[in-house]
Structures are given as structure tokens and as C-alpha cells.
Design a binder for this molecule. Structure first.
Ligand code: FNR
Length: 373
């Protein structure tokens, strides 16, 4: 993609078509797919369109401040980078480009356990606040080592993914016999002989997960994780009030409402539909974040109005990376920044704190019927 072509891109969604043209089918399908019928995949987007604004007028919006803090770290906007695996399939610079783009945008990148760049390589790109996403392997020595390496490399939090005891059934990956291209490795595991995702009769990744990921993972392990690290732990993959309460009890520093970009259990609700019950259950004890289907500044605003402290984007990162490398990811983050700023101005909000539940209306809100006089 030339820079001229990139200039013609006017929203985050448009990167996907460019990525689809550029990428091998196996790679595009891996990035784009959801599980089974992909009902939740569509719903992650559709649900946003049922939430509408109640904009306030005649507020002086000549200055809109979008800065906020996430676990005490200052960011330029409440929009962060979700962990997505194997970014070097999208672009040779992979996670290194994403890390640079996220720091340039003044926001946080979450590095996947299954990155094609190591925690040390990502740290070497320069300063920036970064979180590390953790998959818990059956071999706990591997987990201990990896967490220690992430700490040492300056990562500031662990996002513990809890929705993947087994891999969701992504039929395109099964059809394509998905495997990690031979010139790439899951760099964090390369020294442990666990860096390849080989071709099997299934999705190669599903086979890898079945072999290596600990399906016995449970709430006790959230406590165990706190014995091996002092980093704050975000529990990623909460969709119910019950689990939100348990996460707080287990000592989580935050909750990420996520359905893994609709790649795990199909027919779970859109994350924006689950957000409010989780926020209520958290009772302000820990911050609640959301990912899934965020493509517009208006989506971000709606999540914040429903109580999220920030959001993460997944697919927009890999598609922008595929389209134009680091510059693509920078542009994607810039567009979301600008759209959120405009949404705030047009809703009469001058700061993140000023965004309230009263700025939106959701289908589940009680109707306010007043008698006609
Ligand atoms: C993911 N996601 C993910 N999550 C995680 O905890 N570890 C991982 O390695 C990955 N890898 C991954 C790869 C790809 C290609 C996608 C699309 C997603 C899930 C991710 O963190 C996030 O929850 C979703 O991507 C958010 O939804 P959107 O923004 O993609 O709609």
C-alpha cells in the first residue's frame, strides 16, 4: 500500500479489505475468523448500533481532554492494543511495529504470549507502557520463567486469558489446516522447543493448545499467579457478574470484559451487552475494561458510558499492520483518537470523567413514561 493509498483510508474498517488483498488466505482467515456460526462475531458489532446517544448541547467544548490513567499509567486516550498472536504473519516488523506505533500514540500495547517477537525484543523498541498477555501452560516452570522475563523486560501488568482452556472451533482454520509459516516462531517459547505451530489434521493452533495449554486452570491459579509475580493481574475473558465478583475476590487488579473477539464460545453476548452487569458486580473495586468489535470512536464512548475505564482493539491492529506496517497502526490509532474526540465534543463531554451513563440510552433502559396533562 502506498502512502497515497493510505491517505484515502478514512475509517478503521477500511484496513480490512486492503489486508485481505495482501495476505495469504490462510493468514487473513486466521485473523478475521470467529468461532462456528460467527454469530457473536457479528453481534460484537451489531450490539453497538442499538445503543444511542443522549448528547448534551451548549457545552463549551473548545478543549477536549482525552487523557486518562490505566492502572496508574497515564495514556493519551482510553484506547489500547489488545494481544493478538503472530503479528509477523501480517508484516515482517510484526509486534515491533505495533509496539512502536502504540508508544508513539501514547497508549498501552498488550503483547500476546504467542507473539512472533519476544518480550525482550519488544522491550528493545524503546520506552512505552506494555502489558503481557499470559496463556498458562501445563508446565508451570515455563509460566514462571515467562512471567519473570516479562517483568524483567519492563512489562507493567499481566493480562491472564481465562476463556481458552481449549481453542474455539474456527472452521476456516480447520479447513486451511492452519500452521505458523516455517520462517516464524512463537518467539517467547522458541528456546523451550515449543515455538512452532505445526500442520495437523486440525487447526494447527487447536492442536498446539490441546497439547500445551492447561485446561485445569481455575480460580486457585489466579492466586498462584500472585505468588510468582508482583505485577497487577487483569483477568481477560469475563462475561458475567458472578465471575466479576470471583475475580475481585481472587485479587485481580482489573477485569477485561472480552469474548476473545468471538473466537471462543459462539453465542455468548456481544461484550458491550455484558459490560454493564460486570461493572455493577465490580462495585468500583477494580477497573473494568472491554474489547470486542471496537471500530469507531462512538463505540469507545458507549463503552465508557457503560462504565468501562478503557477499551482494547484487536483485529484493527493486525489489519492496519498488514496494510501499511507501523504507519498503518499509527494511522489506525490516530483515527480512533480523532473519532473519540469528535464524539466527546458532539456529546458535550470535555473529559473522560464527564462521560456518564446519561449520555447514552440502551435497549434495556426502563422507559420513562409520564402522564399527558
Ligand atoms: C486474538 N485474541 C487473543 N487474545 C489473547 O488473550 N491472546 C492471544 O494471543 C490472542 N490472539 C488473537 C489473535 C487474533 C488474530 C485475534 C483477532 C484475536 C483476542 C484479542 O485479544 C481480543 O480479545 C479481540 O481481538 C478483541 O476483538 P476485536 O477488536 O478483534 O473485535
Amino acid at each position: 500500500m502506498t502512502s497515497q493509498e493510505m491517505e484515502s483510508i478514512t475509517n478503521v474498517m477500511e484496513f480490512e479489505a486492503v489486508a485481505r488483498e495482501k495476505l495469504p488466505k490462510m493468514v487473513y482467515d486466521y485473523y478475521a475468523s470467529g468461532a462456528e456460526d460467527q454469530w457473536t462475531l457479528q453481534e460484537n458489532r451489531n450490539a453497538f448500533s442499538r445503543i444511542l446517544f443522549r448528547p448534551r448541547i451548549l457545552v463549551d467544548v473548545s478543549n477536549v481532554d482525552m487523557t486518562t490513567t490505566i492502572l496508574g499509567f497515564k495514556v493519551s486516550m482510553p484506547i489500547m492494543v489488545a494481544p493478538t498472536a503472530m503479528q509477523k504473519m501480517a508484516h515482517p516488523a510484526g509486534e515491533l511495529a505495533t509496539a512502536t506505533a502504540a508508544s508513539a500514540a501514547g497508549t498501552i500495547m498488550t503483547l500476546s504470549s504467542w507473539a512472533t517477537s519476544s518480550v525482550e525484543e519488544v522491550a528493545s523498541t524503546g520506552p512505552g507502557t506494555r502489558f503481557f498477555q499470559l496463556y498458562v501452560y501445563r508446565d508451570r516452570n515455563i509460566v514462571r520463567q515467562l512471567v519473570r522475563r516479562a517483568e524483567k523486560a519492563g512489562f507493567k501488568a499481566i493480562a491472564l486469558t481465562v476463556d481458552t482452556p481449549r481453542l474455539g472451533r474456527r472452521e476456516a482454520d480447520i479447513k486451511n489446516r492452519f500452521a505458523l509459516p516455517a520462517h516464524l516462531t512463537l518467539k517467547n517459547f522458541a528456546g523451550l522447543d515449543l515455538g512452532t505451530v505445526d500442520r495437523t489434521n486440525d487447526s494447527g493452533l487447536a492442536s498446539y493448545v490441546a497439547d500445551q495449554v492447561d485446561r485445569s486452570l481455575n480460580w486457585k491459579d489466579v492466586k498462584w499467579l500472585q505468588t510468582i509475580t508482583t505485577l497487577p493481574i487483569l483477568v481477560k475473558g469475563v462475561l458475567t457478574a458472578e465471575d466479576a465478583s470471583l475475580a475481585v475476590q481472587a485479587g485481580a487488579a482489573g477485569i477485561i470484559v472480552s469474548n476473545h473477539g468471538a473466537r471462543q464460545l459462539d453465542y455468548v453476548p456481544a461484550t458491550i451487552m455484558a459490560l454493564e452487569e460486570v461493572v455493577r458486580a465490580a462495585q468500583g473495586r477494580v477497573p473494568v475494561f472491554l474489547d470486542g468489535g471496537i471500530r469507531r470512536g462512538t463505540d469507545v464512548f458507549k463503552a465508557l458510558a457503560l462504565g468501562a475505564s478503557g477499551v482494547f482493539v484487536g483485529r484493527p491492529v493486525v489489519f492496519a499492520l498488514a496494510a501499511h506496517g507501523e504507519a498503518g497502526v499509527r494511522k489506525m490509532l490516530k483515527m480512533l483518537h480523532e473519532e473519540l474526540e469528535l464524539t466527546m465534543a458532539l456529546s458535550g463531554c470535555r473529559s473522560i470523567k464527564e462521560i456518564t451513563r446519561a449520555h447514552i440510552t440502551a435497549p434495556w433502559d426502563a422507559p420513562h413514561v409520564l402522564p399527558r396533562l
